[in-house]
Design a protein around this ligand. Structure first.
Ligand SMILES: NC(=O)c1ccc[n+]([C@@H]2O[C@H](COP(=O)([O-])OP(=O)(O)OC[C@H]3O[C@@H](n4cnc5c(N)ncnc54)[C@H](OP(=O)(O)O)[C@@H]3O)[C@@H](O)[C@H]2O)c1
Length: 275
C-alpha cells in the first residue's frame, strides 16, 4: 500500500513513525510538504520520499492522507483538483467536512474523515472515523490501519457525530490536563510540595485510566469499588454530586461540540474563492 501525505508536519511524522514500527516499508511513503525544513526532517528521520509539490510520482499512491492545517487545506488541494482517480483520501484536518473537501478536489468521492487527538504524537491517541458511503470495506480497513498506527479508532456512521467526537476526545486531553492541574493545586493547598502534588496527580490519572482500560467492569463499577461507606473517597464524591460536576462537564462538552459545528461551516464557506 503506497501512502502519500499532503502536509508533512507533526501528525504526518507521528503516523509515518507508527506505520514504520508496524512493519510498513519506508519506500511506501511520500510526503508533499512546502516547508524545506520539514521535508529535510522527514527524509532524515524516516527515509521517506519528499516532494515540494504534488507531481505525478507523489500522487501515484493508494492512500492520500490530508495532514495540513484546516485553514491551509483549500490551497493545498487546488493543485490536486481533478487529478485523483482511485486513491482513497483520508483527511485528518479538524472540522473540515467531506463535502467541502470533495468539492475542492473537483468531485472526488472516495473519502474518509478522521478526528485524531494529540496523544497520537506518542502513539496513544484515539481517532473517530467516518467514511463516505462510496467507501467500501477495503477502503475503511486501509483508513483504519493508518490511524491505528498512532492509537485506537472508533467509527461513526454519521459525519455529524464527528463534532461530539471532537468535543470529547479531540479537545479531551485539555480537560484531563485541567483536572490534573486542579488536583495538583488542591494538593498544594493542603500542604504538599508542588513537585510531589504534580507527580501524584499525573500518575493517578495515568494509573486509573490504565486500570479502566484493562478492566471488564465499567468505570462506574470501578468507582463504587473504591468508595467505601463513610470513607474519604465518598466524602469527595458527595461534594462532586452536590456541585453537579458531571452536569457541568456535560455542558462544557456540549459547548465544544456546538463550536465544532460552527467552525466546520466556517471552514467550508470561502466567500473569496470560487468552487
Ligand atoms: N496535532 C494533533 O494532535 C491533531 C489532532 C487532531 C487533528 N489534527 C489535524 O492534523 C492536521 C495537521 O496537524 P499538525 O499538528 O501535523 O500540523 P503541522 O505540524 O503544522 O503540519 C502541517 C504541515 O503542512 C505544511 N503545509 C501547509 N500548507 C501546505 C501545502 N499547501 N502543501 C503541502 N504542505 C503544506 C505546513 O508547512 P508550514 O509550517 O510551512 O505551513 C506544515 O509543515 C491539522 O489539520 C489538524 O487539524 C492534529
Amino acid at each position: 500500500v503506497k501512502i502519500t501525505f499532503i502536509g508533512g508536519g507533526n501528525m504526518a511524522a507521528a503516523m509515518i513513525g507508527g506505520l514504520l514500527e508496524k512493519g510498513y516499508a519506508a519506500r511506501e511513503f511520500a510526503a508533499v510538504e512546502i516547508s524545506a525544513q520539514a521535508r529535510e526532517r522527514l527524509a532524515a528521520r524516516y527515509a521517506v520520499r519528499v516532494y515540494d509539490r504534488a507531481g505525478p510520482e507523489a500522487l501515484a499512491c493508494d492512500v492520500l492522507v490530508l495532514a495540513v492545517k484546516p485553514q491551509d487545506m483549500r490551497r493545498a488541494l487546488e493543485p490536486l483538483r481533478g487529478r485523483l482517480a482511485q486513491q482513497l483520501v483520508v483527511s485528518i484536518a479538524a472540522g473540515l467536512r467531506l463535502g467541502d473537501i470533495s468539492r475542492w478536489l473537483g468531485g472526488h468521492a472516495a473519502l474518509v474523515r478522521a478526528m485524531p487527538n494529540t496523544p497520537a504524537l506518542i502513539g496513544a491517541g484515539i481517532a473517530g472515523l467516518y467514511a463516505a458511503p462510496e467507501v467500501g470495506a477495503e477502503g475503511r480497513a486501509r483508513a483504519e490501519a493508518v490511524l491505528a498506527a498512532v492509537g485506537a479508532t472508533v467509527w461513526v456512521e454519521d459525519e455529524a457525530l464527528l463534532d461530539p467526537v471532537t468535543a470529547l476526545s479531540g479537545s479531551g486531553p485539555a480537560y484531563v490536563f485541567y483536572f490534573i492541574e486542579a488536583l495538583e493545586q488542591a494538593g498544594v493547598a493542603l500542604g504538599l510540595a508542588a513537585a510531589d502534588a504534580r507527580k501524584l496527580a499525573i500518575q493517578t490519572v495515568l494509573g486509573a485510566a490504565r486500570l479502566a482500560a484493562s478492566s471488564d467492569d465499567p468505570p462506574a463499577v470501578l468507582r463504587e469499588r473504591v468508595t467505601s461507606k463513610g470513607g474519604t473517597t465518598e466524602a469527595a464524591l458527595k461534594v462532586f454530586a452536590a456541585e453537579a460536576v458531571a452536569a457541568r462537564i456535560g455542558k462544557a462538552i456540549e459547548a465544544a461540540s456546538r463550536r465544532g459545528t460552527e467552525l466546520g461551516a466556517q471552514l467550508g464557506s470561502d466567500p473569496g474563492g470560487k468552487d
